[in-house]
Design a protein around this ligand. Structure first.
Ligand code: SF4
Length: 433
C-alpha cells in the first residue's frame, strides 16, 4: 500500500498552545457504565469528585489557560451526580460545556435539564469495541451497524435544537476499513451531525522495544494500564486514515493540523472542514479559511474557537459567497455549487452546511525513546502531585502519574529493533505481505 502523503506546509497549523487553547479537559468522575477496549482511563466505581474540587480545577485552568470550551469527560460524566450544576457553573464562566459520553445514561429528561443548564454540545463515543452487551441490540454490531445508534442520539439532540452533535470512534487496524462509510454516513446527516472524530488506538504490546521508567524505577510493560497482551497494530497514523477515506471520497482534503512534539510532520490533530448538503459535498475549506476563522474569533473573543454552534454550521451558502476570494478550497467549492444550482435553480433553496472531520493520532514512540505528543495538546487536564503541586497534564496519560507518581520515560532496549513510526504501519505490513 502506498504511503499517503500530506504536505504539512500546505496546512494551517492550528494556533493552540498550552496557555491559549480551544479546549480544556475536565474529569469529574472516573466511573463509567461501559468498559471500552482501548480506553485510556481505569474505570473506578464511586470516584465522583466533590463539586467544589471540580470547581477548583476550573479555577486553576482559568488562571493559566484561555479556553473556548470545556470537555467534560471521565469516566462517563452523565453518571456524575452534580452534572447539571457543573454545566451551569461552566457556562457561567463564559466557557462552552461539551459532554463526552457513551450516551447510555442520557434520557430525554436529563437532556432537557442539561439544555436548560447551558450545555453547548455532546460528543458521543460509539464504536464496536465498547462491549455494549448490556443492550443485546448492539451486541456484536460492527461500525456500520452502529450508525443506527449514532442516528438515535443525533436525532435526540436535533429534536431539542441548538445543541452541537459530535461522534468519536477509536480506530483499530481491523476497523479502519469502516471509516470511509462513517464519513459517508455523516454526510447523509450533515444537517444534524456536526463533527466526526477518529482517534487512533494506542497501547503497549509485549514486543515493545522499550523499557519503561518512573523516575529511576523500572516499570514492567504489562503493569501499565494501557497494555495489550494481544499481538496487534498499535501505531496507525493519521495518514493511514486519510488514505482509507480517499478510497470512497477522493477529494477529502485536510486543512489544518497540530504537529507532534517530536516530529513536525506528524498529524496529531488533522482537521478537514467540508461544505455540502445531504446529497453532495461541494468541497473542502483550505488552510486560509481556518486561519481566518481562528484569527477573527480570537480577535473578537480573546480565545481560539473549538466547537462551532449548529447555527453557524448551517451557514454553508453564506460561507461560500462571503469567503471565496480568501480561500482556494472555498473557491473550488463555490464553483461546484454554482454548477449544481445551474442544473436546477430550485436547488438554491436547499440548505448548505459545514461539517468537521477530525483525526487524532495520540502518542507516538520515537526510536530514541522520546514520546511525540500533540504539540499544543487541547485535552490538557488537572493533576495534583503528592507534594501538592498543581499541574496541567495530558489527559490521555493520566494513569501514569496516578499510579506511579510521574509520567513514564522510555529507554530503547536495543536501538536496531526500534521502528521509526514516522512511516505508515499499514504500508509496512503491506510490504511484508
Ligand atoms: S497529547 Fe494526549 S491528551 Fe493531548 S490531545 Fe494528544 S492524545 Fe489528547
Amino acid at each position: 500500500m502506498e504511503k499517503c502523503y500530506i504536505d504539512p506546509v500546505s496546512l494551517y497549523r492550528l494556533p493552540w498552545t498550552m496557555p491559549d487553547n480551544g479546549i480544556t479537559w475536565l474529569e469529574p468522575t472516573a466511573q463509567c457504565n461501559l468498559n471500552c477496549y482501548g480506553c485510556y482511563r481505569k474505570n473506578i466505581k464511586n470516584s465522583h469528585k466533590p463539586l467544589d474540587d471540580v470547581k477548583h480545577e476550573l479555577d486553576f485552568f482559568q488562571s493559566l489557560r484561555k479556553s473556548d470550551c470545556i470537555s467534560i469527560a471521565g469516566g462517563d460524566p452523565l453518571l456524575y451526580p452534580d452534572i447539571v450544576k457543573l454545566v451551569v457553573d461552566i457556562k457561567s464562566r463564559g466557557l462552552k460545556p461539551i459532554i463526552n459520553t457513551n450516551g447510555i445514561a442520557l434520557t430525554n429528561e436529563l437532556l432537557d435539564e442539561l439544555k436548560k443548564a447551558g450545555v453547548f454540545g455532546f460528543t458521543f463515543h460509539i464504536d464496536s469495541k465498547q462491549g455494549r452487551g448490556r443492550d443485546p441490540k448492539w451486541l456484536g454490531k460492527n461500525e456500520i451497524e452502529l450508525n443506527e445508534l449514532r442516528l438515535y442520539y443525533a436525532e435526540m439532540l436535533a429534536n431539542k435544537g441548538g445543541i452541537a452533535c459530535s461522534f468519536n470512534s477509536t480506530v483499530y487496524y481491523d476497523t479502519i476499513q469502516y471509516v470511509p462509510d462513517l464519513v459517508e454516513w455523516a454526510q447523509k446527516h450533515i444537517d444534524i451531525v456536526h463533527t466526526m472524530v477518529f482517534i487512533l488506538f494506542r497501547y503497549i504490546t509485549s514486543d515493545t522495544p522499550f523499557d519503561f521508567y518512573a523516575g529511576d524505577k523500572k516499570i514492567v510493560w504489562d503493569d501499565i494500564h494501557y497494555h495489550s497482551n494481544k499481538d496487534e497494530v498499535t501505531d496507525l497514523m493519521a495518514t493511514d486514515v486519510v488514505k482509507e477515506i480517499r478510497k470512497k471520497s477522493p477529494e477529502f482534503t485536510p486543512a489544518a493540523f497540530l504537529n507532534g512534539t517530536a516530529k513536525a510532520d506528524h498529524f496529531k490533530w488533522l482537521l478537514s472542514e467540508r461544505i455540502g448538503n445531504k446529497g453532495k459535498i461541494f468541497g473542502y475549506a483550505g488552510n486560509k479559511f481556518l486561519e481566518l476563522i481562528m484569527t477573527v474569533y480570537h480577535y473578537k473573543k480573546d480565545k481560539y474557537l473549538s466547537y462551532a454552534s449548529p447555527k453557524a454550521l448551517r451557514m454553508g451558502r453564506l460561507t461560500l459567497f462571503n469567503t471565496w476570494f480568501l480561500d482556494r478550497g472555498i473557491r473550488k467549492a463555490l464553483k461546484k455549487y454554482l454548477k449544481y444550482v445551474l442544473v436546477n435553480p430550485f436547488r438554491i433553496f436547499k440548505k448548505v452546511y459545514l461539517q468537521s472531520i477530525m483525526i487524532i493520532q495520540p502518542v507516538d514512540m520515537m526510536p530514541n525513546g522520546d514520546q511525540s505528543m500533540c504539540d499544543g495538546c487541547p485535552d490538557i487536564t488537572y493533576w495534583k502531585d503528592k507534594d501538592g503541586t498543581e499541574k496541567l497534564v495530558w489527559s490521555c496519560r493520566l494513569e501514569e502519574p496516578m499510579k506511579y507518581g510521574d509520567f513514564l520515560r522510555m529507554v530503547p532496549k536495543n536501538k536496531e529493533t526500534v521502528p521509526d513510526n514516522g512511516s505508515s504501519v499499514i504500508a509496512e505490513i503491506a510490504k511484508i505481505k
